[in-house]
Write a new protein. Sequence first.
Length: 131
Amino acid sequence: LTPKIGGSFYYTRDTNQDFDAIQSQTFEQVANFFGTTLNWQLSGRTRLEADASLGLNAKEGEIALADIENPRAIYTRGQDDAIVNWGITWRWKPRRFMDVLIGYKYTNKNSTFKNFEYEQHKFAVSASSKF
């Protein structure tokens, strides 16, 4: 965009197969991820980075699971997941051989089954040096 701001957009598609030994069947899983990154050079030594992505996973076939809130209710359906990630990172380079990083990443996974849903917060702080 400018010498101080950069960004990118990306799309990935992954397919793999899972073998279910109980049903003696192979099921295909397709994952599509869409995302973006943005970098902003605040000064010669400081940079702010932001990223966001949306992942859509679809598994072929159906599975039967009990509801985690009501174990007597059993649901049979396909498993589809939506995964939202976003994060922000601040990098500081006080010396040519030193690097300091502070970051936060948020993940939210929604699924057709509550058993596979989660929300996650990650914080990272690091300091490194190269000699």
